[in-house]
Design a protein around this ligand. Structure first.
Ligand code: ACO
Length: 302
């Protein structure tokens, strides 16, 4: 079946199938950006592994941060099926020519931020990624199935951190509220610009890469999250929030902040990228050793 017929029949495009150049490029851009987000996303939480309040919390957080590394690996592998090389994608990230999610440019100031990341950021990631399990490109869709299962564990562990704080001392509850106040708007921005300003949505939806628009998913996230804030006894920091016709109407985030953060001017952009580049350089000996070992094994087999 040719490309368009497969898309029209809601089938899956596989790596060896013919595909338009634009489809391939769009997927490489989105999957690489997604992979970069997973590995940069390890930093704000990794920052708290040594300061987690108990051994149990530390073990859970370490497992979660490792999961994010694993997600990055599945996604780089999915991108490679499109004919690109992981090393080149990392170079594009390190030189600022490819992006990663805006959300990871905000600091984690307190332990409650670790709860807020799990609850809100991983919650937003689930809303965005569950539809990607039906993406028209097979390897990306299949990678998303496992990623979403793990994200749902992450979301619950974040909620549970906040639930514990909200049922603790008044200071702990105030810390949870402060985290929600700071992470709410950046979480809404994760879904990207409003539909009217989204450059890729229309074409990506026509190709079955994206299944819903940025605004549809943002609304879904708000509808899911506001009742959860009520369970925690926290206040969503939006005076414009009203329940109407089965949905929570909300105030749009300030998108100039999103554009500014994406341009590199968020509170932690420089720190995140510098840390990533240093980790890559420090790991050069591991890559060299692995390549030398593979070459030796190959030579022996020959
Ligand atoms: N952070 C950084 N850049 C963004 C963001 C964001 N939150 N939202 C949009 N952009 C960029 C787009 O990459 C695009 O840039 P480009 O044209 O220079 O490549 C531009 O803003 C315009 O946006 P859209 O046309 O709406 O872009 P797109 O159709 O790709 O939609 C979205 C953006 C929704 C993020 C999409 O790419 C997507 O679903 N990606 C997969 C999920 C993902 O990457 N999640 C990462 C965070 S989740 C996690 O790691 C826990």
């Amino acid at each position: 079946m040719d490309f368009q017929a497969t898309i029209d029949a809601d089938g899956r495009i596989e790596p060896r199938d013919a595909m338009p150049d634009g489809y391939r490029k769009t997927l490489i851009r989105q999957i690489a950006q997604h992979a970069h987000s997973e590995i940069i996303g390890m930093q704000p939480e990794g920052n708290w592994i040594s300061r987690a309040p108990s051994l149990r919390r530390k073990a859970i957080l370490m497992a979660k941060v490792q999961d994010e590394a694993g997600h990055g690996l599945y996604l780089y592998a999915a991108a490679e099926t499109l004919g690109v090389d992981r090393a080149d994608l990392l170079d594009l990230l390190h030189s600022g020519r490819q992006k990663y999610s805006s959300i990871f440019n905000y600091p984690t100031l307190t332990w409650a931020d670790i709860g807020a990341i799990g609850w809100l950021v991983d919650g937003a990631a689930i809303v965005n990624q569950v539809p990607l399990c039906r993406c028209s490109y097979g390897p990306y869709a299949r990678a998303m199935v496992r990623v979403c299962k793990e994200e749902s564990f992450h979301q619950r562990q974040g909620f549970e951190i906040l639930y514990t704080l909200c049922n603790g001392t008044p200071e702990q509850k105030a810390m949870a509220q402060d985290a929600l106040d700071r992470w709410w708007w950046p979480s809404l921005m994760m879904f990207g610009p409003p539909d009217t300003a989204s450059t890729h949505s229309e074409q990506s939806m026509a190709w079955g890469i994206k299944r819903h628009s940025n605004d549809e998913l943002r609304q879904r996230f708000v509808d899911m999250t506001v009742p959860q804030a009520d369970v925690l006894g926290l206040r969503v920091p939006d005076d414009g929030l009203v329940y109407e016709d089965g949905h929570y109407r909300f105030t749009e985030p300030d998108y100039t902040e999103l554009y500014d953060v994406v341009k590199g001017n968020g509170p932690c952009n420089q720190q995140r990228l510098a840390h990533r580049v240093k980790a890559h350089e420090d790991g050069a000996w591991v890559r060299e050793a692995a390549a030398a070992y593979a070459a030796k094994k190959e030579a022996r087999a020959a």
